[in-house]
Each structure stands twice: as C-alpha cells, then as structure tokens.
Write a protein that binds this ligand. Sequence first.
Ligand SMILES: C[S@@+](CC[C@H](N)C(=O)[O-])C[C@H]1O[C@@H](n2cnc3c(N)ncnc32)[C@H](O)[C@@H]1O
Length: 210
Amino acid sequence: MLDYSQIAVDMVNGKAQASGLGELVTAIRHDVRAALPFADNRFDAAYSHMLYCMPITNAEVERLSQEIHRVLKPGGLNIFTVRHTGDPHFGTGIHRGEEMYEVGGFIVNFFDRAKVERVSQGYDLLNVGEFEEGGMPRKLFRVTLKKPTVRPEERQNINDIRHDRRYSTATVEPGVEVPQNSSRIWSAIIRGELSPPRPTPNSPVGGEVV
Ligand SMILES: C[S@@+](CC[C@H](N)C(=O)[O-])C[C@H]1O[C@@H](n2cnc3c(N)ncnc32)[C@H](O)[C@@H]1O
C-alpha cells in the first residue's frame, strides 16, 4: 500500500497489525507522481479508491496509470475509483485548472469518460461502473482495467487477420463454424488462449482456430 501521508501509512500499518495481517500488508510512504518503487511485472492487481481524482494533473495521472501498467503482470488488473463529472461538486467552488475544483479546502480532479479512456491507454478497459458514496452523495466511476497478455505488435497482427476477408469464419470444433466477429472467440485469441486462424488454401473463406 502506498500513500504520501505518513499518517495514512501509520494508520494502515497499525490496522494491519491489530487484525493479525501485519505479515501480509506493507504500507510505504510514497508520492505516486514519482516512479513506483517496484520492479516490472511484479503484481497481480492494483487497487486505488479516489487516488486518481486527487489534485494531481492529468499528465501525472496518465503517467501513474502507465507506471501501474509497468509493475503489473500480464493479465493483471488495475481497479480504480474516481469522482466523475456528474458529481454535485463538479463545476462548483474554486476552479483549480483542468477538471479540478476546490470545495471546502478539498481539491478534486473530476473524470469524464474521455479521461477514463486516456488513462486506459495500453490496457483492456473491462468495465466502467457507476456508484454513489456518502451522504451528498459523491458520484463515482469504478474502472476495471486489465494489462493485456498479448504484446501490442502481436495484437496488430491479430487485427490484420481479423480484417482479412479470407477469415470471415473460423472452425472451433469439428463441423461448427463461428463468425469471426464472435467476441467470445476473439477475446480468447486476444487473451492468448486460442491461436488466430490460419488460412486454409483450398477454402478462400475458411479458417481454423486451434
Ligand atoms: C480520498 S483519500 C482516499 C484514501 C483511501 N484510499 C480510502 O479509501 O480511505 C486519497 C488518499 O490519497 C493520498 N494521496 C493524494 N495524493 C497523493 C500522491 N500524490 N501520492 C500518494 N498518495 C496521495 C492522500 O494522502 C489520501 O490518503
């Protein structure tokens, strides 16, 4: 767990000790605007609640997302929550630049869908859910991103194949032809669980998924 506040770090370490989880939880003081102090491909998942919408600039939050991408294993999840532009405080109080507004001494950098897309660069965007929290209530997105298991250059090859007319159908089980726009098949190919189809020389519109 990372936070730049020593109070937050001490609180998390204290709660972990008190609940017998001291061996499993490590809280470290760190400002997430700097590079993350971890090796590449180390973690299965990252979770942050209302960190991306703290008063850090859009460029800094995009860099943070790429840093999280770096330290996740392929297939790892990045789940984050942010207050969005439907929140009652968006556009009120003192404008602090970009989509940041200060209300009651607290600055929030609000997200719209386009900003979610921008911080999702290089990930598969699995889900954007909406929920509410607190009495006001605050309005939030919960975003689930996955680091792809296929490298970008391999993904480009798959897209080239996907748009090739010779592969308009794929045979996945003997005798069963599946349209290649079947998202289930293509999701499995992109996850690396199935190989992309190879052209069948005798059948200009045939293909095979193995
Ligand atoms: C809205 S609070 C959420 C705290 C906690 N995630 C929770 O759900 O209770 C945001 C947290 O982000 C931390 N924070 C803000 N900017 C940060 C930064 N640049 N680096 C690290 N932590 C930061 C704050 O210290 C605060 O603990």
